[in-house]
Design a protein around this ligand. Structure first.
Ligand code: ADP
Ligand code: G3P
Length: 510
């Protein structure tokens, strides 16, 4: 344990897709304060999604000051900072001015689908998957970096001068927090770029050539890779948190897994936020999927080998609830979906495949299209709402079936977290469809919590992951309660709906 006089409050910076949160935790793992702000989503063309990286940095500057003010604390009370972030999203900037040269290209952005389809056609998928653990997809960072290099003159000029810097959002924020002194990322974030060798944990610069990026450019432009628990540097003067060390960094899904204390092989968590991301811990060896899952690093402790996971990434989950609210207008708030969905007994034969940007795991079909099927004149807005929620449970089933195929193990229980898990009807349906118990953590904000745990380990507030396990609290358990024949019928209907969604958007399968 740290000396009694040392600060013991941990600050977590959660840099999500739609918002940025700053949370403070004490050594008992209790959240002291949490402040949040949304940032603007830019959709300049169909399928394109961008963020203003400078806006995210400004939000961090302001929210860190606000969190301290709310808690009536100063930087001297903060022991350490943990960072967690939306993954894959690419920022490119000028090292000499710290100015982004393009808006950040977000993980959901599918502008490089065509390039990826060509690479698949040319037979690159097997090599990339065996090296990086990731199939070829516009989702990951590499093709986004290539796009910036190809489409902005400034990127090419900076690259020629050795002043181009690439990073995921963690790297961009570490760079700014340290006054441009540290250009670094953690191994979990690096494992999402399609440029890291998943077995060695090092960049494979030669892979750049597959995506059309000069490996010499990458050697200068990519950040250093460190373990998730590591001393990344201290915050520069002039900021509310000046002088505080940054000792934990994890991609947001890995952070949620860490916050759920998924430390051992065979344990799994599913986070239901904008998208839905299942991580199944596979221990010290990477498992290469034959069923449409990704191989990813779950975390790496200091002086230890990486711990791996199989990941099932589902692009659309809570975002579908937002779509019903913002685009269809059949609910006014996300929470209203509960009363609308509960106004009907079941889905009334309606299935909703939310393939708004194609289908991610385990299907990986860029040519799938959003589909509502099974409509009759009996169907109401309630049935559509119900089908939209059910879709998240079915998509989770599909990724868990893939995990069971890849590992040969039946999942024993599923730990869940994220904003959608407040929906108890959905949790019951999830348990019914999976036929396993669903355990919700008391804190559904496990992403920020996981970053705090990693940072706290880094400064000795907690001595081991066993101590962190003791902090896990239950927020509800749901057991399967459905006739097995009905389960089978429902699942068969979902898979027929998937077949109809696939292929609608033309021949771009990846
Ligand atoms: N009662 C509810 N039922 C279903 N979905 C909900 C409910 N309340 C919020 N959501 C959805 O949960 C998501 C927010 O979860 P959160 O974990 O904060 O996401 P993220 O971290 O990806 O921004 C939103 O997409 C929202 O529409
Ligand atoms: O910001 P979230 O919670 O939607 O998570 C985004 C994921 O990291 C994308 O891979």
């Amino acid at each position: 344990m740290v000396a009694a006089s040392s600060p013991t409050i941990i600050m977590a910076l959660d840099l999500g897709t739609t918002s940025t949160r700053v949370a403070l935790y004490d050594a008992a793992g209790e959240a002291v304060t949490i402040v949040a702000r949304e940032h603007r989503q830019y959709f300049p063309h169909p399928g394109w999604v961008e963020h203003d990286a400078h806006e995210i940095w400004s939000n961090i500057r302001e929210l860190t000051a606000l969190a301290l003010a709310r808690a009536q604390l100063t930087a001297a009370d903060i022991a350490t900072i943990g960072i967690t972030n939306q993954r894959e999203t690419v920022v490119a900037w000028d090292a000499t001015t710290s100015r982004p040269i393009h808006r950040a290209i977000v993980w959901q952005d599918s502008r490089t689908d065509g390039v990826i389809a060509d690479l698949v056609q040319a037979g690159h998928n097997a090599t990339v998957q065996q090296t990086t653990g990731l199939n070829l997809s516009a989702y990951f960072s590499a093709s986004k970096m290539a796009w910036i290099l190809e489409h902005t003159r400034e990127a090419a000029d900076l690259a020629a001068r050795g002043d181009l810097r690439f990073g995921t959002i963690d790297t961009w924020i570490i760079w700014n927090l340290t006054g441009g002194r540290v250009h670094a990322t953690d191994i979990t974030n690096a494992s999402r770029t399609s440029l890291m060798n998943i077995t060695t944990g090092q960049w494979d610069y030669e892979l750049g050539a597959v995506f059309g990026i000069d490996p010499d450019v990458l050697e200068v432009a990519l950040p250093a890779i460190h373990p998730s628990v590591y001393n990344y540097g201290t915050v520069a003067p002039g900021l509310a948190i000046a002088g505080v060390p940054i000792t934990g960094v994890l991609g947001d899904q890995q952070a949620a897994s860490f916050g759920q204390t998924i430390f051992a092989a065979g344990e799994a968590k599913n986070t239901y936020g904008t998208g839905c991301f299942l991580l199944y811990n596979t221990g010290s060896k990477p498992v290469f999927s034959t069923s449409g899952l990704l191989t990813t690093v779950a975390y790496q402790l200091p002086d230890a080998a990486p711990v791996y996971a199989l990941e099932g990434s589902v692009a659309q989950a809570g975002s579908v609830v937002q779509w019903l609210r913002d685009q269809l207008g059949i609910i006014r708030t996300s929470a209203e979906i509960e009363s609308l969905a509960n106004s009907v007994d079941d889905h009334g034969g309606v299935y909703f495949v939310p393939a708004f940007s194609g289908l991610f795991a385990p299907w990986w079909r860029a040519d799938a299209s959003g589909t509502i099927i099974g409509l009759t004149s009996y169907a109401t807005a309630g049935h559509i709402a119900r089908a939209a929620l059910d879709a998240t449970a079915y998509q989770t089933l599909d990724v868990i079936s893939a995990v069971e195929t890849d590992t040969g193990h039946k999942l024993q229980q599923l730990n869940v977290d994220g904003g959608m898990t407040v929906n108890e009807q959905l949790m019951q349906f999830q348990a019914d469809i999976l036929d396993v118990e669903v355990h919700r953590s008391a804190d559904v904000e496990t992403t920020a919590r996981g970053a705090a745990y990693a940072a706290g380990l880094g400064v000795g507030i907690w001595a081991s992951t066993d101590e962190l396990r003791d902090l896990w609290r239950s927020g509800g358990t749901w057991s399967p309660d459905i006739d097995p024949n009905k389960r089978r019928r429902l699942i068969a209907g979902w898979h027929r709906a998937i077949e109809h969604a696939i292929g609608w958007s033309g021949d771009q399968s990846s």
